[in-house]
Design a protein around this ligand. Structure first.
Ligand code: GAL
Length: 663
């Protein structure tokens, strides 16, 4: 288990660096991340490099025994580059170019940007690639951040056409796949196709989905160029990138594939502000009607879901590359953070599978965009809350190290499928239908039940899980259907949700009985469905006692297609709402309505009992549990003390405190 910090020597007078490095060593930090935005300082003019300041910064850190994670600075191209080649700038969907003065204002398909990126990465790798003080590389910074995941510029237009040509080989195939017979969209030459910009008022969902995939692939291949260069010029150093948790615009599994491990930037008070409305049920606050968490901890289920996704990207432990350690500057309220909270966040990250936590940032900056963002040190260079917490962590580091020897090993997986997410975002049928919100209902239920989960893709190894939550698998291709068949045949338990199997790979509706390619797995046909207004709900009759209430929001009506399929829940009129179908040595369960968190919990509790899935603890609201090896970690995010039963022991967990139970 290691700790580190993000440091910007270029923001401070050089006389200060030695003091900073000494304080970092005294704080027992293991790594320092530098340089991710320092392109204009490393290359002040095209092809002219100034390594002096970076050499001296690395020397200063090395003098205190602090190894460096070096970042490629390509998120911030210098003004000499953007002004001499303004066409490298990113174009938004309204066909407006972004301008210099920010970050990520570039297009990954611009040949000039690619060329200059290769040059700076090569120059850095040649200078520092085998420097023993450099332990690894971070590529760029948060691909897609600041709504930059998709660019609509002329380079992207050409690259999109080429991407389509490779995918479909012929225009006939593309026209067929996109259903261009509708509204006379037929294309007769590749260069007739544009990115789906705002000038097209109603967009074809197939066109949009392919553009989302293309945009994601563009960032993946832009990153790959840097990886390839670094692998040659800097062997034996790790290569990673800092992801953004529940980020929806880039296929993060693809982006992670050739990295050594994934890292992400965890801002627990920031994401709830931004993401809570996307995740919780629409009437959740009214239902809950009381604050659960302490005011300064954020919402741990949201952070934990992001942790579980980042761990799932490679099904292995990860790092936090930027860990919030005080208040931030970019959300709505940016609450102050009390002593104990940065420690709790560090523990949450480690419990969820982080092996290294790097704090953002060393010292609150006096400059520019992030003046109101805290660091471990205050603006005046004296210790802030985070510093004191990290200092106190010294006493716990042996325990943390022991804990991180073993990875988390959940028995349950949830499929996080970008194609289905994108297709349902593009075409939700009811405006507030959200893939993520539905998945979060199940995720939240699992957390409340104390059941750890990996978020995985359909390319991940599913066979290691007792239960796989397929979710709303709206887009399914033959290979994915085959993967799921194999999983169930070999004894797996697959829970599928509404709207599954509805469309093919090109986002065209299946002409087979629903759920399309998954039909013989479910052993039941979805005969019809209804999106329901808020006042309508269909009472349910359930054989499983833990499921009750009514089905609202979205309901599907199932008809068993074989004698073996068992109807476990039905609507009042007798039509089936939940069907379990044995298949091979396993089973598929199709849940035909949009469950409340309580109903999802009842269903998952029933399945956990039947499948002997371990529940880590009996958890009060606001307390989370995680497991690494034989250590169960209980984390209390409230201002109340609680007694929790875990691993056969009753444990008192204080307000905003952590307890570890060994079994
Ligand atoms: C991250 C970003 C950092 C910094 C931080 C502020 O998303 O990678 O550079 O801007 O946010 O919270």
């Amino acid at each position: 288990m290691k700790l580190g910090v993000c440091y910007y020597p270029e923001h401070w007078p050089e006389e200060r660096w030695a003091i900073d490095a000494r304080m970092m060593r005294e704080l027992q930090l293991d790594y320092v991340r530098v340089a991710e935005f320092a392109w204009s300082l490393m290359e002040p003019a095209a092809g002219e490099y100034d390594w002096g300041w970076l050499d001296r910064a690395i020397d200063t850190l090395a003098a205190e025994g602090l190894p460096v994670i070096l970042c490629t600075p390509t998120a911030t191209p210098p003004a000499w580059l953007t002004r001499s080649h303004p066409d490298i700038l990113r174009m938004d969907s309204n066909r407006q170019y972004r301008d210099h003065g920010t970050r990520r204002h570039v297009c990954p398909n611009s040949p000039v940007y690619q060329k200059f990126s290769r040059q700076i990465v090569t120059a850095m790798a040649e200078r520092y690639g085998d420097d023993p003080r450099i332990v690894g590389w971070q590529i760029d910074n948060e691909f897609g951040g600041g709504k930059t995941g998709r660019c609509y510029c002329p380079f992207c237009q050409t690259a999109f056409q080429t991407w389509l040509e490779i995918r479909y080989h012929s225009l006939e195939a593309l026209n067929q796949a996109w259903g261009t017979a509708f509204w006379s969209q037929t294309y007769t030459a590749w260069d007739e196709i544009t990115p789906p910009h705002d000038g097209i008022n109603y967009k074809n969902p197939s066109h949009l989905l392919d553009f989302y995939r293309f945009s994601s692939d563009s960032l993946v291949s832009y990153q790959q160029e840097q990886i390839d260069l670094l692998r040659v010029k800097s062997p034996d150093r790790f290569i990673t990138h800092n992801f953004m948790g529940l980020f929806l615009d880039v296929e993060q599994f693809d982006l992670a594939r050739t990295l050594d491990f994934a890292t992400w930037d965890a801002y627990p008070t920031g994401f709830p502000d931004r993401q809570r409305a996307m995740l919780y049920p629409l009437n959740w606050d009214a239902q809950r009607n009381r604050p659960v968490y302490a005011y300064d901890v954020g919402e741990p289920e949201i952070i934990q879901m992001a942790n579980d996704l980042i761990r799932g990207l490679k099904q292995q432990p990860f790092w936090i590359m930027e860990q919030q350690c005080g208040h931030i500057n970019w959300a709505d309220v940016n609450p102050g953070v009390r002593p104990g909270t940065p420690r709790l966040w560090t523990w949450l990250s480690m419990a969820a599978g982080a092996d290294t936590v790097v704090y953002f940032r060393w010292r609150a900056t006096l400059l520019s965009h992030e003046q109101y963002h805290s660091g471990l040190l205050r603006h005046d260079g004296t210790p802030d809350v985070g510093f004191e917490d990290v200092k106190q962590l010294a006493e716990e580091r042996d325990l943390l190290a022991k804990l991180t020897e073993k990875p988390p090993q959940p028995e349950v997986a949830m499929v996080f499928d970008y194609d289905s997410l994108w297709a349902l975002t593009i075409n939700p049928h009811r405006r507030d239908f959200s893939y993520l919100r539905l998945q979060f209902a199940f995720y939240h239920a699992l957390q409340r039940l104390g059941i750890p989960v990996d978020l995985v893709s359909l390319k991940s190894d599913l066979t290691r899980y007792k239960l796989v939550l397929g979710g709303p698998l709206h887009i399914v291709n033959e290979q994915e259907a085959e993967t799921l068949h194999h999983y169930v045949e070999m004894g797996g338990n697959l829970l599928l949700g509404i709207r599954s199997g509805f469309k093919n790979d090109s986002s065209v509706v299946t002409d087979q009985p629903l759920p399309g390619l998954l039909h013989n797995l479910t052993g039941a046909t979805v005969t019809h469905w209804q999106s329901l207004p808020a006042e309508a709900a269909l009472p349910l009759r359930s054989i499983w006692p833990k499921i009750s209430g009514a089905a609202g929001y979205w309901t599907e009506f199932l008809q068993p297609a074989s004698d073996r399929a068992r109807v476990l829940v039905s609507y009042e009129n007798g039509e089936a709402a939940l069907v379990a179908n044995p298949h091979g040595s396993g089973q598929t369960i199709y849940l035909g309505w949009y469950p409340t968190i309580e109903q999802a919990k009842g269903l998952l509790e029933t399945l956990a009992d039947q499948l002997s899935i371990e529940r880590l603890a009996n958890l009060p609201d606001g307390v989370l549990a995680a497991k690494r090896g034989n250590h169960t970690i209980l984390l209390n995010f409230t201002d109340q003390p609680y007694e929790v039963v875990a691993a056969g022991q009753t444990v008192a967990v204080g307000p905003r405190d952590v307890k570890v139970v060994e079994s």
